[in-house]
Design a protein around this ligand. Structure first.
Ligand code: SF4
Ligand code: SF4
Length: 286
C-alpha cells in the first residue's frame, strides 16, 4: 500500500504526520518512508537513521559532434524547453534547462548528438528493524527535482507499506511524488491560507483520481472553515492535532511525536485503519 502525505503549502506539519504514521506502524509492519521533499528532506531529522547507501542521480544531456553537425536547427525546433539553440554555425546547449528527454538526439538527422550524464542530486538509504528510509536530495541551485523523485520511487517495495513525504505545493514535483499512490493524506491547518492551499491540493488529487483524506494540524489556531469545506466536499477528516506547545517543542528538538508523546500512537493507528476502511469501501463500490 502506498500512502502519500501532501499539503498545499509548506509548514503545515506534513513531516510530523508522515514520521508519526511510520513510527506507529513499525511494531507490526515493514514500512518504507520515502522522503520526496528533495529540496529540503527533513524526515531523518526526526528518524535519526544512519545512512548506509547512496547513489548519485544523473540526467542525460546532449553533446554535439560539430564535425557531423550541419546546423540544420532540427534539435532546437524539437526542444520544448529551449535548452538547445543553433546560431549560425554554433550549437549552444543550456544544461540547466535540459530535461534529458532525448528528443534532440533521437531526431538529429546526422546522428551528431550523443548524451552525457549531468549530476542533479543524490538518493540515500538507511534502515533499522522494520523501518527503511529512502531520501532524495536535489543539488543546491538545481531545478530538476522529478528525476531525483523518480529514482527515490524506484525503491518502492510493494510487499511493504510505503509512506511518501511529498514536497509542498501542487507543481510537477508534487505530481511526480503522488502519482501511483493508493491514498493521499492532505495535511492542512485551519486558517484561510490553509483552506486556500487545501482546495488547490484537493483539485489536483481529484484530477489524478486518487482517494484522499485530511489531517487538520494546529486545531484551535484559526476558524471552522476547513472543517466546513471538508464536510461540503465529502472529504473525511481522519485526524485532528491540536495547537499544543509540547508538540511544537518536541518537533523543534528533533524528537518524534510518538516517542515524546506515546499516547498519540493510537491516534495514528486509527488514522491508518481509517485509510484502509476507505480503500476497502471504494474497492467494493467498484
Ligand atoms: S539536429 Fe543535429 S545536425 Fe541539426 S543542428 Fe542539431 S545537432 Fe546539428
Ligand atoms: S534532451 Fe530534450 S530537453 Fe534536453 S536539449 Fe534535448 S530536446 Fe531539449
Amino acid at each position: 500500500m502506498i500512502i502519500s502525505v501532501a499539503s498545499g503549502k509548506g509548514g503545515t506539519g506534513k513531516t510530523l504526520v508522515s514520521t508519526s504514521l511510520v513510527l506507529s506502524l513499525i511494531d507490526n509492519h515493514k514500512v518504507q518512508l520515502l522522503d520526496c521533499d528533495v529540496e529540503e528532506p527533513n524526515a531523518n531529522i526526526l528518524l535519526h537513521l544512519a545512512i548506509n547507501e547512496s547513489q548519485y542521480v544523473h540526467i542525460p544531456i546532449p553533446k554535439v559532434d560539430e564535425t557531423k553537425c550541419t546546423y540544420c536547427g532540427k534539435c532546437a525546433e524539437v526542444c520544448a524547453y529551449n535548452a538547445i539553440a543553433v546560431i549560425k554555425e554554433k550549437v549552444l546547449i543550456f544544461p540547466e534547462l535540459c530535461h534529458g528527454c532525448g528528443a534532440c538526439s533521437y531526431l538529429c538527422p546526422e546522428s551528431a548528438i550523443t548524451e552525457e550524464g549531468r549530476e542533479v542530486g543524490i538518493v540515500e538509504r538507511g534502515d533499522s528493524g522494520n523501518l527503511e528510509l529512502i531520501q532524495g536530495k536535489l543539488n543546491v541551485g538545481e531545478a530538476m527535482a522529478p528525476p531525483v523523485i523518480r529514482k527515490v520511487k524506484k525503491c518502492i517495495n510493494p510487499a511493504n507499506i510505503t509512506i511518501i513525504d511529498v514536497p509542498p505545493g501542487t507543481s510537477c514535483p508534487v505530481i511526480e511524488s503522488v502519482k501511483e499512490s493508493d491514498f493521499c493524506l492532505l495535511v492542512t491547518e485551519p486558517t484561510p491560507f490553509g483552506l486556500n492551499d487545501l482546495s488547490l491540493a484537493v483539485e489536483m488529487i481529484r484530477k489524478l483520481g486518487i482517494p484522499c483524506g485530511v489531517v487538520i494540524n494546529r486545531v484551535g489556531v484559526g476558524n471552522e472553515e476547513v472543517e466546513q469545506y471538508c464536510h461540503r466536499e465529502g472529504i473525511p477528516v481522519l485526524l485532528r492535532i491540536p495547537l499544543d506547545r509540547k508538540i511544537a517543542l518536541l518537533y523543534s528538538k528533533g524528537i518524534p511525536l510518538i516517542e515524546g508523546m506515546p499516547e498519540w500512537r493510537d491516534g495514528f493507528l486509527r488514522l491508518f485503519q481509517g485509510i484502509k476502511d476507505i480503500l476497502a469501501t471504494s474497492r467494493v463500490a467498484k
